[in-house]
Design a protein around this ligand. Structure first.
Ligand code: SF4
Ligand code: SF4
Length: 341
């Protein structure tokens, strides 16, 4: 590329979200983000395609020009941005922001509060999930779960197209870590296992790339969910584009509560019926069921002005004022001040 009187463009894998105090630049290739002053939002999303780099710098007051130059040079040095000629700009179109998923349900939660005598109702739920194209389940055991029971549960999964699962299990001193490791080694579609209520925090190394973590925190029931923070941010392009159109937690999610009721998520009060009485197909046709998945971050109090809204997850079960559009109650970020409390 020629660099005479060049233009400066962000790479298409970098997307900006403007907040009330600052702008977030997400890099979907390196799964990183940077924070920029809001003055750069319009410049880097549109003006940069119409004005040269030199003209952009001229647009700043003399007092701010040197600082602006430092920001641009930082973006170039870190390879978030590049220089190109005018006739090359059309070769770098902005990122497409459409989102879709090839299944009516993309992810599910199944809760356990005690070791079940039978998995009959779970079997029915899992079979129907498979028919709907769901391939991702989180099993949350707020109780211990013997390995023999896990094997029984995963024997069902093996007969489906479900290939990604996360397991949360209450630590039981009677079951050794080696037993869980052996179970994971034999069960490749357990992506992650968290043993909660363990005496110490530690990660167990497995031969595969499966993750096995022991955590001291006890997860007593469904109220453990809905946490917001940096480590829950998702910098994938699919999360970003989904957030522009849908709810980042509840879109195409369905759950089976420990008592057998079908819900959007086990923490939401509305039940669409017991798994023994109603089919998942009937449930997902209900207007109220899909309504939760349509609540975008830019419709939610405070989140709508937050620069993190397109990489943040959401929670509609625990909200400030119990409002359907209330800010997630477990978020400690104040977007108006740009500080974590
Ligand atoms: S809505 Fe909240 S409680 Fe329910 S699954 Fe999402 S984050 Fe968890
Ligand atoms: S205000 Fe909190 S919950 Fe809302 S988008 Fe920002 S960080 Fe996420």
């Amino acid at each position: 590329m020629k660099k005479n009187d060049p233009y400066i463009l962000l790479f298409s894998c970098c997307a900006l979200t403007k907040g009330v105090t600052q702008t977030l630049m997400a890099d979907f290739q390196r799964f990183m983000f940077e924070l920029l002053p809001n003055e750069f939002y319009k410049i880097l999303t549109s003006t940069c395609r119409k004005k040269t780099y030199a003209e952009l710098l001229d647009g700043f007051d003399e007092a701010d020009r040197e600082t602006a130059k430092e920001y641009f040079e930082y973006l170039l040095a870190k390879e978030y941005a590049f220089l190109c000629d005018k006739d090359e700009i059309a070769l770098f179109p902005p990122l497409a922001t459409t989102w879709d998923y090839p299944a009516e349900i993309s992810n599910a939660i199944i809760d356990f509060k005690k070791v079940p005598a039978s998995f009959a109702m779970h079997h029915s739920f899992i079979q129907q999930l498979d028919e709907l194209g769901c391939c991702d389940i989180q099993f949350r055991c707020f109780c211990s779960m013997p390995v023999v029971k896990l094997k029984e549960l995963y024997a069902m999964i093996a007969k489906t197209g479900i290939y990604r699962t996360e397991l949360l299990i209450r630590y039981d001193p009677e079951v050794s870590l080696d037993e869980y490791s052996a179970f994971m080694n034999a069960t490749p579609y357990v992506n992650t296992l968290f043993l909660h209520g363990f005496p110490e925090n530690k990660a167990i190394t497995l031969a595969s790339d499966q993750k096995f973590y022991c955590i001291t925190e006890v997860l007593p029931d469904e109220s453990c969910c809905g946490n917001i923070g940096f480590h829950y941010f998702n910098l994938s392009i699919t999360h970003y584009t989904e957030s522009l159109h849908f709810n980042t937690c509840l879109n195409r999610k369905i759950s089976l509560s420990a008592d057998g009721h079908i819900r959007n998520c086990p923490s939401l009060k509305d039940s669409y019926g017991h798994i023994s009485k109603v089919s998942l197909k009937e449930v997902i046709r209900k207007k109220k069921f899909s309504g939760f998945g349509r609540i975008r971050k830019d419709q939610i109090d405070d989140c709508k002005v937050c620069e993190y809204r397109n990489v943040c997850t959401d929670c509609r079960a625990y909200t400030i004022g119990n409002s359907i559009t209330g800010k997630p109650a477990k978020c400690r970020y104040d977007p108006y001040k740009g500080v974590w409390l």
